[in-house]
Ligand binder design. Structure first.
Ligand SMILES: [Zn+2]
Ligand SMILES: [Zn+2]
Length: 322
């Protein structure tokens, strides 16, 4: 016997809706609004009252700490987001969900530090995009199509946050997402947040950064080594926001044939682990997605934690059900 994630009423695995509160049970997702949502400020026991020291008056557990450290877990997918050691705010956001019998969708966005309300930009983008991806997944929509639709919707939503009198500060963020079904996965991105595929046989980076340095490497102006230390390494050539001019993500779709992990991350992680092999080396074996995410975030923090760091890990089962 399961229970409804909304109202805790008993439900069975076949139920499509909770009879007590009407919640759609086919879809499970992280709370809209992320760490600042009413759902996330509720205790795991369901309690909503906290004493002056922020302990639940019902079960005594400490309340979650807002954006500084965020952890979300669903079956087969988990994410950890951390402010890091140097930044004053965590401007990264993540959101993910699963549709019973269909698969998993996940989004990571990194607020651009030089824009205003960057954490609002990234939260708005992940919420808007995930909504599009999960809705399409329920109706069996094409993953590349829905990934493109998600980016267009997120870009428009972030653009609406801009103040006309301060266009140069327009809230903006990067974007990376995955839609993973039983036998295929589609990754889409704008900016320098990345996706890695990690399997027994090896690891690969699935994205290529939308940065000026990456462009110059592609054109043969800079070598890869020069690009790593170039001050333009992190200057984005594409992003989401009022001043972006972005209309479509770059996407890649591949067949999932063996089990493995799909890792979405902000540059707060890959700054310290740029090569896919680096990831393979530090990755713990045979543990759950949340343990993998925690471990990778820990590596970034131990390496200096200069930036916000966010890692979402999706388990790919390779033909045995996403
Ligand atoms: Zn319910
Ligand atoms: Zn409680």
């Amino acid at each position: 016997m399961d229970c409804c994630p909304e109202c805790a009423a008993p439900v069975s695995a076949q139920d499509r809706f909770c009879e007590a509160c009407g919640r759609n049970l086919r879809v499970r997702r992280t709370p809209v609004g992320g760490p600042d949502s009413p759902a996330a400020t509720r205790c795991a026991c369901g309690g909503t009252e906290f004493d002056r020291d922020a302990f639940c008056t019902r079960c005594g557990l400490a309340r979650g700490g807002g954006r500084d450290r965020v952890e979300f877990t669903l079956p087969g997918v988990a994410g950890v987001s951390d402010r890091g050691r140097r930044r004053r705010r965590n401007e990264d956001s993540m959101a993910f969900g699963r549709v019973r019998g269909r698969g998993v969708a996940a989004v990571v966005c990194d607020g651009v530090a030089s824009s205003e309300r960057a954490e609002q930009a990234s939260q708005t983008a992940v919420d808007t995009a995930l909504d599009v991806l999960l809705t399409a997944m329920q109706s069996g929509g094409d993953a590349e199509r829905s990934t493109a639709d998600a980016v267009v919707a997120a870009d428009a939503a972030v653009a609406r946050l801009a103040r006309p009198e301060a266009p140069e500060l327009a809230p903006s963020c990067t974007y990376v997402s995955v839609v993973a079904t039983e036998d295929s996965a589609t990754v889409g991105w704008v900016g320098d947040s990345r996706a890695y595929l990690v399997a027994q046989a090896g690891a690969a980076c699935l994205t290529s950064d939308d940065t000026w340095a990456a462009q110059l490497v592609a054109q043969g102006v800079l070598t890869e080594e020069e690009a790593l230390t170039d001050r333009r390494a992190h200057v984005l050539s594409r992003w989401l926001g009022a001043d972006s001019g972005t209309d479509a993500p770059r996407t890649v779709t591949f067949r999932v044939e063996v089990s493995g992990l799909l890792v979405l991350c902000s540059d707060g992680l890959w700054n310290y682990l740029p090569e896919p092999e680096d990831l393979l080396e530090v990755l713990p074996r045979g543990v759950t997605p949340v343990e993998v995410a925690r471990e990778l975030v820990e590596v970034a923090l131990k390496s200096g934690g200069h930036d916000n760091v966010t890692v979402v890990v999706v388990q790919l089962r390779g033909g045995h059900g996403a």
